[in-house]
Design a protein around this ligand. Structure first.
Ligand SMILES: Nc1ncnc2c1ncn2[C@@H]1O[C@H](COP(=O)(O)OP(=O)(O)OP(=O)(O)O)[C@@H](O)[C@H]1O
Ligand SMILES: O=c1ccn([C@@H]2O[C@H](COP(=O)(O)O)[C@@H](O)[C@H]2O)c(=O)[nH]1
Ligand SMILES: [Mg+2]
Length: 245
C-alpha cells in the first residue's frame, strides 16, 4: 500500500517545482526525468527494508521536520528528543558538513554556499538525506534544519515520496539567536556576524514560507524557544508525549 503511493508520487510530474524553483535555486539543479526510475528503485529498497511484524507490508517511518531560525536551538532540542523518544536525528547541516569533510568536489561547492549563508541545491541535500535515512533505517526520524525553502520541500516530497507527519517550529527572537550563534564557539565557518545576517534574511524570506505551507496543512507545532534549553524541552516533551508514535 505504502509503496504504491510512493511510486505514484515519484512518477507524478513535478507540477509546482517550476514556480518554486526560482524562489530558491535555479532549475538546472532539478533531477533529470531520466533519473527518476533510479530514485524509485532506491526508495522501494528503503521502505522494503523497513518491513515490520505486520506480515511484511512496508512501513513508512514517522518523520518530523524540525525548523526554526539559525541558533533557535534545533540541534540542542533534537539531541534531547532523540535520546528520550527514540528518534534518529538527521541534521541536514551536519550531513552537508560531513560531505565537505569528505573532500569531495560536491563538498567544495557546499562549503562555498554555506560560507555565504545560501541554500545548497535541493537535489544534493535531498539525496544526502535520503541516503542517511536508508542507512539509519529508523522508524522515527527527526530531520533537523530541512526543508530550507519551498523548492527543498517539493524535491523531498517528490524524491522521498512522502510528507512529514509533523513539523516542529522553534520560535525565537532574532537578537537571542544572534547571541547564541556568536557564543557557540564550535568553529563553524558561518558563525560570524556577516554570514549570520545573511542566514537570518534567508530564513525569513525562504524558510518561513515552508512553515506557512505546513501550517495551512495543520502540521505545525510552534514552540516558544526562549528560556533555558531544559525549559524549552518541557514543552517539547509534552508535545512528543501526546503523539501516537
Ligand atoms: N535555550 C537556550 N538558551 C541558551 N543557549 C542555547 C539554548 N539552546 C541552545 N543554546 C545554545 O545556542 C547555540 C545554538 O544552538 P543550536 O546549535 O542547538 O541551534 P540550531 O538551531 O541548531 O542552530 P543552526 O541552525 O545554526 O544549526 C549553541 O551553542 C547551544 O548550546
Ligand atoms: O537543508 C539545508 C540545511 C543546511 N543548509 C546550509 O547549511 C548551513 C548550516 O545549516 P544548519 O542547519 O544551520 O546547521 C545553512 O546556513 C545553509 O547554508 C542548506 O543549504 N540546506
Ligand atoms: Mg543546528
Amino acid at each position: 500500500m505504502w509503496r504504491r503511493r510512493v511510486g505514484a508520487l515519484l512518477l507524478r510530474s513535478p507540477r509546482t517545482s517550476s514556480s518554486a524553483s526560482s524562489a530558491c535555486q535555479s532549475r538546472r539543479h532539478h533531477l533529470l526525468p531520466s533519473e527518476e526510475p533510479l530514485a524509485l528503485n532506491r526508495l522501494a529498497r528503503l521502505f522494503t527494508s523497513q518491513a515490520g511484524s505486520d506480515g511484511g507490508d512496508t512501513q513508512k517511518p514517522f518523520i518530523a521536520f524540525v525548523l526554526g531560525g539559525p541558533g533557535s536551538g534545533k540541534g540542542t532540542q533534537c539531541t534531547k528528543i532523540a535520546s528520550d523518544f527514540g528518534f534518529a536525528h538527521l541534521s541536514a547541516g551536519d550531513i552537508l558538513r560531513h560531505e565537505i569533510a569528505s573532500g569531495s568536489e560536491k563538498g567544495e561547492l557546499i562549503l562555498e554556499i554555506i560560507k555565504e549563508g545560501r541554500i545548497v541545491p535541493s537535489e544534493i541535500t535531498v539525496e544526502l538525506i535520503r541516503k542517511a535515512m536508508e542507512m539509519n533505517n529508523a522508524k522515527r526520524v527527526l530531520i533537523d534544519g530541512f526543508p530550507r525553502c519551498e523548492e527543498n520541500r517539493i524535491a523531498f516530497e517528490r524524491i522521498v515520496g512522502t510528507e512529514p507527519d509533523i513539523v516542529i517550529f522553534f520560535d525565537c527572537p532574532e537578537d537571542e539567536m544572534v547571541k547564541r550563534l556568536l557564543g557557540r564557539n564550535q568553529g563553524r565557518v558561518d558563525d560570524n556576524i556577516e554570514t549570520i545576517k545573511k542566514r537570518l534574511k534567508v530564513f525569513e524570506s525562504l524558510n518561513i514560507p515552508v512553515v506557512d505551507y505546513y501550517s495551512s496543512r495543520g502540521k505545525v507545532h510552534k514552540i516558544n524557544a526562549t528560556g533555558t534549553a531544559d525549559e524549552i524541552f518541557e514543552a517539547v516533551r509534552r508535545l512528543f508525549s501526546s503523539l501516537r508514535l
